[in-house]
Design a protein around this ligand. Structure first.
Ligand SMILES: [Zn+2]
Length: 142
């Protein structure tokens, strides 16, 4: 799920559009903002998850190394004992702007909601829908 090596997948990921106003997209990601944002994705997707920023802890729980080129990853638990609330690790070394964070959150939340979609076009259409829904959630009232 962290595999974004395929150029088509890279391209589709890069084309995800953050609903943030242009002047906020390049703002740095701080933990407080990211946690609030993650809750919004959990809310619109109706799929709760724990945001994990301690990658060593994540690797230890998931039993898989979190490679330094991974931007983000989700862990559902072993097939026989799925976690009630899955984990989502975000690598703040790579996810440095709010726009990148939005893409990463949408991408990984999509994997939680429609795991069978893989990295197909439909998967990214769903990720974009999540971004649009977060945008509506946070739109300031007229
Ligand atoms: Zn993925």
């Amino acid at each position: 799920m962290a595999d974004r090596a395929h150029p088509v997948t890279e391209q589709r990921h890069a084309e995800l559009r953050s609903p943030l106003p242009e002047d906020e997209r390049n703002l740095p990601v701080d933990v407080h903002w990211l946690r609030r944002r993650a809750k919004q994705f959990a809310s619109v997707s109706q799929r709760d998850f724990h945001l994990v920023l301690d990658l060593a802890a994540y690797a230890s729980i998931s039993g898989m190394p979190f490679l330094s080129h991974y931007a983000a990853q989700v862990y559902l638990g072993p097939k026989s004992a799925r976690l009630k609330v899955p984990l989502m690790a975000v690598n703040l070394q790579l996810v440095t702007t709010r726009e990148e964070a939005d893409r990463a959150l949408a991408h990984e939340t999509m994997h939680l909601v429609v795991p069978s979609y893989g990295h197909k076009a439909a998967a990214f259409a769903r990720a974009q829908l999540l971004l649009d829904q977060v945008g509506q959630l946070t739109a300031s009232p007229a």
